[in-house]
Design a protein around this ligand. Structure first.
Ligand SMILES: NC(=O)c1ccc[n+]([C@@H]2O[C@H](COP(=O)([O-])OP(=O)(O)OC[C@H]3O[C@@H](n4cnc5c(N)ncnc54)[C@H](OP(=O)(O)O)[C@@H]3O)[C@@H](O)[C@H]2O)c1
Length: 239
């Protein structure tokens, strides 16, 4: 697909992987809607996207809140009249052994990582189905394959995204909409510094590699689609 003049929402655009994806999309000529809670940090990212094209906008949103999601998608539709691409990237990780894990922390993770993706897909499809086209990429995690200790609830939320994505893909294929998953491994962001301080930063994946993966998937010809890509640290165990 030619990405020039497409419109994309990127959640979790204020730093890390979402920031890198937003910049890479802007470089391709995409109008990027930058969404996250921190308006200040989004403004910093907008300076970067504006250096490629001036069509990015900021919409502060807490994706765990339905009213924020409605505002995000309604404003995007009003501003650009369409939505071609949704990147469900925002996510949180709270570490802890299951036996001590609080219900409050369980709810926090699920509300952002799973309910946020459910609500965003729902609103995106309400725009994309009448358009008869659209692309959704959901960021899951290598954690779903590995079973890391102290990440059981995080892993469950990321596994939830897998089920959601596979089912939605089959629901909306007939409407010309393609949905995919990326499972990143250790990427050099704040999240991994907190989750895995044991990993030497020099072997972490640069966030730009996840952004390149997104661009690769979106730029394939109209006859091709990649359902899922697993990208791991080269230093990590294969498969
Ligand atoms: N880093 C890794 O190794 C790794 C590996 C596998 C998967 N992932 C996944 O990749 C995604 C991005 O992670 P990252 O490593 O870039 O983490 P990060 O540096 O911590 O960034 C997380 C982003 O999500 C946003 N966010 C958090 N809670 C939010 C909420 N309630 N509403 C809206 N935005 C929210 C944050 O912005 P605000 O704080 O401004 O809201 C921030 O922009 C996550 O889904 C994560 O699970 C990361």
């Amino acid at each position: 697909m030619d990405l020039n003049h497409k419109t994309a929402i990127v959640t979790g655009a204020s730093r890390g992987i979402g920031k890198a994806i937003s910049i890479a999309l802007a470089k391709e000529g995409v109008n990027v809607v930058l969404a996250a809670r921190s308006e200040e940090k989004l403004m910093e990212v907008k300076k970067d996207t504006d250096s490629f094209n001036g069509n990015s906008i900021i919409i502060p949103a807490d994706i765990s809140k339905e009213k924020d999601i409605l505002n995000l998608f309604n404003k995007t539709k009003k501003e650009f009249g369409k939505l071609d691409i949704l990147i469900n990237n925002a996510g949180i990780l709270i570490k802890g052994n299951l036996v001590d894990f609080s219900v409050e922390d369980y709810d926090k993770i699920m509300n952002v990582n799973l309910k946020g993706v459910f609500l965003s897909c729902q609103q995106a499809l309400k725009i994309m189905i009448p358009q008869k086209n659209g692309f959704i990429i959901n960021i899951s995690s290598n954690a779903v394959f590995k079973g890391y200790p102290e990440q059981s609830v995080y892993s469950a939320s990321k596994y939830g995204i897998v089920g959601l994505t596979k089912s939605i893909s089959n629901e909306v294929q007939k409407d010309g909409i393609s949905v995919a998953l990326i499972y990143p491994g250790g990427v050099d962001t704040e999240l991994i510094s907190y989750a895995r301080p044991d990993i030497d930063k020099s072997v972490l994946i640069p966030p730009e590699d996840i952004a390149k993966t997104v661009i690769y998937m979106l730029k394939l010809s109209d006859n091709s689609w990649v359902d899922e890509i697993c990208i791991r640290r080269r230093a990590a165990k294969p498969f």
